[in-house]
Write a protein that binds this ligand. Structure first.
Ligand code: PAF
Length: 289
């Protein structure tokens, strides 16, 4: 695997390969590093779909709000390089801030408010603008045929799919299933912020979503408001360290909140999305119904 830090070097490498083989299929896997098995699953799927896999590591300041964890976000380049090597990634592009944002970024991709202003976007108002902007920039630099994102960041995945569609970018976006620890906790770089005792409690979030899913599928209660409220309370009562930001049942195609099973709503189209703070760490998870 070659690690490159400059846009011009990456472009030169990819152009040389494309000159040799114009049919070459390139997959991009953007990350912010501190890689875990979930990221490696993205790389492996990318490898199955393309000739060349380009992984990127860049902690993108634009997607962090004031008071969020930009400064303390773990930067672990050497360990990440070894992990990427182990899954046969071809290129790692790891630019510094000056390379990706030589001037302050004044142009943004602003996702539709219905998609970005809900769920995560309510608590993190500039987040998806920052994500979409950096991902478009990475798409322009790498010009991949396809790109891979985890379903844990489900809202991000939907926004990036919409961006590609609306800007007619010739890139296929793949969503990869959530990787979980044995106890059900969704893998995330932020899990590293949890103390030992918090880590033991953390799977309760996923368990709550499983219980809610079961209730939606079995209950005669057509209105979801009570079920959702009960599941929030149940989680917070399990441990006082939990502070639920949201638990919502949404249409998985457009993130519109669904209040009840009337008007021909099909449970196959639903997804439960949740965010909760455990102590000082904000965790997100979701479950398709
Ligand atoms: O999912 C992430 O790690 C980031 O939001 C992404 C897509 C790499 C953009 O910075």
């Amino acid at each position: 695997m070659k690690t490159l830090h400059k846009i011009s070097d990456l472009r030169a490498e990819l152009n040389a390969l494309k000159n040799k083989n114009p049919e070459l299929k390139i997959a991009l896997v953007p990350t912010m590093g501190n890689l875990h098995d979930g990221h490696l699953k993205l790389m492996q799927q990318a490898k199955q779909s393309a000739d060349i896999v380009v992984a990127t590591i860049f902690v993108n300041r634009l997607q962090f709000g004031v008071g969020e964890d930009f400064d303390k976000y773990p930067r672990t380049l050497q360990a990440d390089q070894q992990k990427l090597q182990s899954v046969s990634v071809d290129f790692l592009f790891a630019p510094d801030e000056n390379e990706l944002y030589p001037q302050p970024q004044n142009f943004y991709v602003l996702p539709d408010e219905n998609l970005q202003g809900v769920l995560e976007g309510k608590t993190r108002p500039i987040h998806f603008r920052g994500v979409a902007t950096v991902v478009l920039k990475l798409f322009n630099i790498v010009q991949p045929n396809c790109a891979f994102f985890g379903k844990k960041d489900y809202q991000q995945l939907l926004i990036l799919k919409a961006m590609v569609q609306q800007f007619a970018l010739p890139i296929e976006i793949f969503g990869v299933e959530i990787a979980r620890a044995d106890d059900g906790l969704a893998l995330s770089s932020r899990n590293g912020y949890l103390s030992e005792s918090e880590r033991k409690i953390a799977p309760q979030l996923q368990q709550t979503l499983q219980q809610l899913r079961q209730q939606v599928l079995t209950t005669s209660e057509k209105n979801f408001a009570n079920l959702v409220e009960n599941s929030k309370n149940a989680l917070q009562q399990q441990n006082s360290l939990w502070q639920v930001d949201y638990i919502k049942i949404c249409d998985k195609h457009n993130l519109r909140e669904i209040q009840n099973l009337e008007n021909g709503v099909n449970t196959n189209d639903l997804i439960i999305l949740a965010a909760a703070k455990l102590g000082n760490t904000r965790l997100i998870d979701n479950l398709e119904i």
